[in-house]
Design a protein around this ligand. Structure first.
Ligand code: SN0
Length: 315
């Protein structure tokens, strides 16, 4: 594998999940693989799981890490070509990416959607500019439109906890006070479409996601109906895609509650975290053995470890 910008960079999802589960059983087996290698990690946005699990994954493979917070520690970067840089941006992506490429062997980047400029978000300006001007492999730690490390961790978790060969998986929109990106939902959809599963997306009218991602996956506007017989319930908020960046509703009608979970097939609750308690899901949903949120976060390590290992093996 040359890079990991989206799930499409994985040659085979099922094989990747199996290999990640094998790494989980024996995490230090490949400790010599990353000797003298450096992973640079650039954060344009906050992180807890992504930062620590990716560092831990690197450590398990013998890779050293350098972490930099770009939102307040680095020079503000100019991404446009041919501009006269007399404004607030001090450094051009061309120099920044070239310089970092000399210090590091691998480069991981977190750069959320702006949610104001749909064109730039869809073009993945930040991630793709680093991929273009860096001379080392780039790894996506959540970009404007995708969070493939999360989706791979979710695939591992579903494999570990599935009660049947063909489970019913529901992605449900949930309320949130802030406008959140589409990245987690997008990658979860792309991942789940590749599983042997009955997959349904449910959200209020107006929250339709990118049709190029949803493709043939059924959308059910009645949440209760969608949840019937579900084995996995993946909750996530996202802002409007069609009315880009807007919050259309914040009422608690779509919050996951223990009552709603009763209509599922003793369903497992999933969320990428961080989760707003009693907004996205009630305490009574999170504080039960059916919640897999902590296990999902643990699998982030093995998702990242699998990706780093595949890239290192490529040379
Ligand atoms: C991010 C998102 O894409 O939804 C990261 C998830 C891994 N989530 C948030 O920004 C939540 C922030 C909040 O205030 O609850």
């Amino acid at each position: 594998m040359k890079q990991f910008l989206t799930l499409d960079d994985l040659p085979n999802l099922d094989q990747a999940v199996n290999e990640a589960i094998a790494l989980k059983k024996d995490p230090f087996q490949w400790e010599a693989l990353g000797k003298n290698k450096t992973l640079g990690m650039l954060f344009f946005n906050p992180s807890l799981r992504t930062r620590l699990s990716t560092q831990k994954a690197a450590q398990n493979l013998g890779i050293k890490t350098m972490v930099m917070n770009f939102s307040n520690e680095a020079w503000a970067i100019e991404f446009e070509d041919g501009t006269q840089m007399s404004g607030l941006r001090s450094e051009h992506i061309r120099e920044a990416a070239a310089v970092i490429s000399q210090y590091c062997d691998l480069l991981a980047i977190r750069a959320f959607a702006s949610l104001s400029d749909q064109k730039k978000d869809e073009e993945e300006q930040v991630l793709n500019s680093f991929a273009k001007y860096a001379t080392i492999p780039v790894i996506n730690m959540e970009s404007a439109t995708a969070h493939p490390l999360q989706a791979l961790a979710d695939a591992i978790t579903i494999k570990e906890y599935s009660p049947k060969k063909r489970p019913k998986i529901v992605l449900t929109w949930a309320p949130h006070p802030k406008a959140l990106p589409h990245a987690v939902a997008n990658s979860f959809i792309r991942m789940t479409q590749q599983l042997d599963a009955e997959f349904v997306i449910t959200h209020p009218q107006g929250y339709e996601l990118n049709p190029n991602i949803c493709k043939e996956t059924p959308i059910e506007y009645n949440q209760e109906k969608a949840l019937e017989g579900a084995d996995f319930i993946y909750a996530k908020n996202w802002c409007s895609y069609t009315d880009y960046g807007k919050i259309l509703r914040t009422d608690s009608d779509w919050m996951l509650t223990p009552e709603k979970m009763k209509g599922t097939a003793n369903g497992k609750f999933m969320h990428c975290l961080p989760i707003r308690r009693n907004v996205v899901a009630a305490d009574g949903v999170l504080d039960t053995p059916n919640s897999l949120v902590i296990q999902q976060a643990n699998n982030r390590t093995f998702s990242a470890q699998l990706v780093l290992k595949k890239i290192l093996e490529n040379g």
